[in-house]
Design a protein around this ligand. Structure first.
Ligand code: ZN
Length: 176
C-alpha cells in the first residue's frame, strides 16, 4: 500500500460545529474539521480516527475488476463448490451504467456486472451481491433452488436488509 506515510493534516476548528467531525483530502493534505470546544486530546484522537476512516474509504474505492474476480473465486470455493464448473463467470466487472441494479448476470455469455454504487459498501454486502449473481449462473431464476444456494451465505438476510435500506433512502428501486 502506498498510503502508509502519514499525510499532512490541517485541523480546522469551527464554532458552529458541536459534535460532528469530518475530513476530506485536499491535494496532498487532509483537512479535518472539528468542533471548537474539543480538547487537544480529543483533537489527536479524532484526527487519527478520521485518517483511518479516510484510508479505508480510499482503499474501498480502489476495488478493481481483478479483485472482484478473486473475490468471486473465493465465494465459489466456499459456497458453490459443487458447482465449480458452472458458477465460474467468463468475466466479472464493475460498471457505472446499471440503472438501479446492484448487479446483473447474463447466463448466455456467463458475464457478471456489479454496480459501482456498491463499491464503497462493506465487504459482506459486496460478497452477497456477487454470490447472488454467481448463483444465477447455476440457477437463472429466483426459485427455491436459487434461494437455497444464496442462503448458504450467513449474512444473506442482513445484506438484503442493508441494500433495501440504501434503496429506500436513495429512491433507487431494488432489483437484482
Ligand atoms: Zn437475482
Amino acid at each position: 500500500m502506498a498510503g502508509t506515510r502519514k499525510p499532512v493534516v490541517e485541523v480546522r476548528r469551527s464554532q458552529r460545529r458541536r459534535r460532528t467531525v469530518s475530513a476530506y483530502r485536499d491535494g496532498e493534505r487532509v483537512v479535518v474539521l472539528i468542533p471548537d470546544q474539543f480538547s487537544r486530546a480529543e483533537e489527536t484522537e479524532w484526527v487519527d480516527r478520521m485518517l483511518a476512516r479516510l484510508a479505508a474509504r480510499e482503499e474501498r474505492a480502489c476495488r478493481s475488476d481483478a479483485e472482484l474476480l478473486g473475490r468471486a473465486q473465493r465465494l465459489i470455493d466456499r459456497y458453490l463448490s459443487e458447482h465449480g464448473q458452472t458458477a465460474v463467470p467468463a468475466s466479472v466487472r464493475w460498471v457505472t451504467n446499471q440503472n438501479g441494479r446492484w448487479g446483473s448476470c447474463t447466463p448466455a455469455d456467463r458475464t457478471i456486472r456489479i454496480s459501482h454504487r456498491i463499491q464503497e459498501m462493506p465487504d459482506w454486502v459486496i460478497d452477497y451481491v456477487l454470490l447472488h449473481e454467481l448463483a444465477h449462473l447455476v440457477v437463472p431464476s429466483h426459485n427455491a433452488r436459487f434461494w437455497e444456494l444464496v442462503g448458504r451465505y450467513p449474512k444473506a438476510e442482513r445484506a438484503r436488509g442493508y441494500l433495501e435500506g440504501v434503496a429506500a433512502s436513495t429512491g433507487l428501486v431494488l432489483t437484482d
